[in-house]
Design a binder for this molecule. Structure first.
Ligand code: FA5
Length: 345
């Protein structure tokens, strides 16, 4: 075994280690000089066959070369790993001055904007929120509201029947009866927003599914003046101080007297135009004093208690407020329509 060959091997290896530019290249060098198939390993295996006097010297030489190469590789490896990490970190820096991706924010349906606003106004007047089922019984939807089986008023509110006794409620008024039963004869001041259904033909102002907010106040000495003042305040908060209301006599089996409530037309300021069909007013809700029969049927003594109730269509208010020409647009989910309400929602 030539000493010079081993020293040359060391020199070449150290040079290659020094020149290695990446951990990958350095691993290749390591493989070449330190693996089992390397020249150094072959030389080691030949030591056994050398004459005794050379064995020790050659063994020591090969070991020191192996150590030198191993140490040089280890030191260079640390260096290269740090270098590669720094390069990677530099490449991955985030440019925080780049403009972000614009996310397309939606807007609330005008229906919910109006519903929340209405609820807020009534909560401010001290009303509580009550709730009732959309699949209602004939008893609550009609009977307990003074509309018995053969009553002609049922014709005005035909609906979708589940079976003979269950139906999709035609108005939120059944919640009046439910609230009275729950309060068991004590005073009530509640509103109930909710979905209602009718077998109405859909057109610009009618939908087979729509929503109402029911209102009910029962206490001692409640009169029509309380109803008028409450609705007047509601309309002014909703549509502005200039809006006036008008009460027209009407008929509902569950109120006596009954009224339809109109507001002055915003389009013509009450002068009369195409929108209000020349009348200067637009109808928004039905209301009245709770019928003594209804009080009696639901556990209140009409000689001690009186009350008023009203039912207002939410979509009808939404189309009036935003000048929407067709009530069906509220349900069609057309983004071009909905995006117009970004500012208000
Ligand atoms: C009623 O539903 C009564 N329950 C209201 C009431 C409550 C009277 C308490 C007295 C005491 P009416 O059928 O008029 O009444 O409906 C009330 C409101 O619901 C209407 O003024 C209108 O705003 C809305 N409405 C009725 N039918 C539809 C429909 N098909 N599509 C959209 N809105 C409707």
């Amino acid at each position: 075994m030539e000493k010079g060959t081993v020293l040359l091997l060391e020199k070449t290896a150290l040079k290659q280690i020094e020149e290695a530019k990446s951990t990958e290249a350095l691993n290749n060098v390591k493989n070449t000089y330190l693996s089992k198939k390397s020249e150094l390993s072959t030389l080691t295996s030949q030591i056994g066959s050398l004459p005794v006097e050379q064995k020790k010297e050659c063994g020591q030489l090969i070991n020191s070369v192996r150590q030198a190469i191993t140490q040089a590789i280890e030191e260079k490896m640390v260096l290269l790993k740090n270098q590669e990490l720094e390069e990677k970190l530099e490449k991955e820096t985030i440019d925080i001055s780049l403009p972000g991706k614009d996310s397309n924010l939606g807007s609330r349906n005008p229906f919910y904007v109006i519903q929340d606003e209405m609820v807020e106004i009534f909560l401010g007047m001290g009303f509580e929120i009550a709730d009732g089922p959309e699949v209602e019984t004939d008893l609550f939807n009609f009977e307990l509201l003074n509309i018995p089986k053969d009553h002609p008023a049922r014709d005005m509110q035909d609906t979708f029947y589940i079976n003979e006794n269950e139906l999709l409620r035609t108005h939120t008024s059944p919640v009046q009866a439910r609230a009275m039963k729950a309060k068991k004869g004590s005073p009530i001041r509640m509103i109930c927003p909710g979905k209602t259904y009718r077998r109405d033909n859909d057109d610009a102002t009618h939908s087979h599914q729509f929503a109402q907010i029911e209102g009910l106040v029962i206490d001692k000495d409640i009169n029509l003046g309380h109803l008028k003042a409450t609705l007047e305040l509601f309309v002014k908060k909703m549509f502005g101080e200039k809006r006036e209301i008008r009460l027209r006599s009407s008929y509902f089996p569950f109120t006596e007297p009954s009224v339809e409530v109109d507001i002055t037309c915003a389009n013509c300021n009450g002068k009369g135009c195409a929108m209000c069909k020349g009348t200067g007013f637009i109808e928004i809700l039905g209301a009245g004093m709770v019928h003594p029969n209804v009080l009696k049927m639901n556990g209140y003594d009409p000689n001690q208690y009186s009350g008023f109730a009203f039912g207002v269509g939410i979509e009808r208010l939404a189309i009036l407020r935003y000048d929407i020409d067709d009530i069906r647009k509220i349900y069609q989910n057309d983004v071009r329509f909905l995006q117009q309400f970004k500012k208000v929602s």
